[in-house]
Design a protein around this ligand. Structure first.
Ligand SMILES: NC(=O)c1ccc[n+]([C@@H]2O[C@H](COP(=O)([O-])OP(=O)(O)OC[C@H]3O[C@@H](n4cnc5c(N)ncnc54)[C@H](O)[C@@H]3O)[C@@H](O)[C@H]2O)c1
Ligand SMILES: O=c1ccn([C@@H]2O[C@H](COP(=O)(O)OP(=O)(O)O[C@H]3O[C@H](CO)[C@H](O)[C@H](O)[C@H]3O)[C@@H](O)[C@H]2O)c(=O)[nH]1
Length: 333
């Protein structure tokens, strides 16, 4: 069993970060969180977790946290995540995702932090020529969001070669669902993700769900994605931490998905099934920049870590997303 170092989770008040905090705690890892609460929520972090409100680029603050909490590893979720916004305002993304990651990595090196886990994305692949997509598929992002993340992957590769730090970049496919115990979930205001939107519609928070494009080169003409339950994704982060500690010379670049695709219509059918409702679907034109299909080849993560997904089931993902959406209604009043 590796030493119980303390893990600094950046963006731990956000959607995926708050699940990682719970997964780490459940596995017995001491945790601290830094978050500037731009899109996150203070209440999403348990009271007994050390919480620092501030920016990852505030080097004095990060140095203080590393010192005070004896940080041995960083899980870096903090960032800006809206693809169309990155097209309109690329400098925001190159600042918050690339420049500020550079600053955080520098703080990690200066603070002698030995392990770094980074939230990367399938958006670094752009529109791949192959399906499923493996890690050696050329990374050709088609938007500033994907490019801003790819730049950070490159920084980590170079820094780990020059300094005593190893890293794991996890390239998430489509993250969805919520903590099965209902402790946290996706609370993002104005979210654009399909499953979040569909459960909002099921609860009457929206009138309808738009289906963006019906003429894709897919079996039913709508976009196909590989949806991964956020609980299983958080578990993969804990395994990544343990792998980095066990083998300090080894880095990992790994896709996170189940290797199974579902179309937009299949997702909406699942929501109908789970809720016993019929969502109002509005067929619309394609959304700019959407690939037909994005499915992960997940054989590398299955080989590298003892990862055993528990919720690789679309109906389970929808059930948990729906339960959280209900609870969120109560929290928000
Ligand atoms: N949601 C997805 O489907 C998805 C897919 C691939 C990758 N990712 C990546 O996962 C990470 C988490 O995404 P999420 O969906 O949980 O988003 P989120 O917006 O819910 O979480 C991001 C958190 O980071 C905080 N933050 C942002 N900039 C910060 C800064 N400069 N300093 C300190 N805190 C800051 C926000 O307040 C928020 O709590 C992101 O890096 C994102 O790019 C998400
Ligand atoms: O209201 C909606 C929302 C989405 N879609 C469709 O549903 C699919 C999934 O769209 P999402 O917006 O849920 O997710 P994306 O695949 O666009 O992108 C997500 O996954 C990417 C990686 O694959 C990036 O990480 C990105 O940050 C994250 O939002 C796409 O075919 C999209 O066109 C609709 O039809 N209607």
């Amino acid at each position: 069993m590796p030493d119980r170092l303390t893990v600094l989770v950046t963006g731990g008040a956000g959607y995926i970060g708050s699940h990682a905090v719970l997964a780490l705690r459940d596995a017995g890892w001491p945790v601290a969180v830094v978050d500037n609460l731009v899109t996150g929520f203070r209440w999403a972090v348990p009271e007994d977790v050390a919480f620092y409100e501030g920016d990852i680029a505030d080097s004095a603050l990060v140095a203080k946290i590393i010192e005070e909490q004896n940080i041995g590893a960083i899980m870096h979720f903090a960032g800006s995540v809206v693809v169309p916004e990155s097209v309109e305002n690329p400098l925001k993304y190159y600042d918050n995702n690339s420049a500020k990651s550079r600053s955080l990595i520098e703080s990690a090196v200066n603070g002698d932090v030995k392990h770094f886990i980074f939230s990367s994305t399938a958006a670094t692949y752009g529109i791949p020529d192959v399906s499923p997509v493996s890690e050696d598929t050329p990374q050709k992002p088609i938007n500033p969001y994907g490019m801003s993340k790819l730049m950070t992957e490159h920084m980590l590769r170079d820094v780990s070669a020059a300094h005593d730090m190893n890293f794991c970049a996890l390239r998430y496919f489509n993250v969805a669902g919520a903590d099965p115990e209902g402790r946290t979930g996706q609370s993002t205001v104005g979210a654009t993700h399909l499953i979040k939107i569909a459960v909002e519609a099921a609860l009457g928070k929206r009138e309808s769900v738009a289906v963006f494009g019906t003429d894709y080169d897919t079996p039913d003409g709508t976009g196909v994605r590989d949806y991964i339950h956020v609980f299983d994704l958080a578990a993969a982060h804990v395994l990544a931490l343990e792998a980095l500690i066990d083998e300090p010379q080894q880095n990992h670049l790994l896709n996170c998905g189940y290797g199974q695709g579902f179309s937009v219509l299949e997702v909406l059918d699942a929501v109908d099934r789970v809720t016993n409702l019929k969502l109002n679907r509005i067929m619309e034109a394609r959304r700019a920049g959407d690939p037909d299909s994005l499915i992960s080849d997940n054989s590398a993560i299955m080989r590298s870590f003892p990862w055993q997904p528990k919720y690789a089931d679309l109906d389970q993902i929808v059930t948990h997303a729906l339960a959280w959406e209900r609870k969120l209604g109560e929290i928000q009043g």
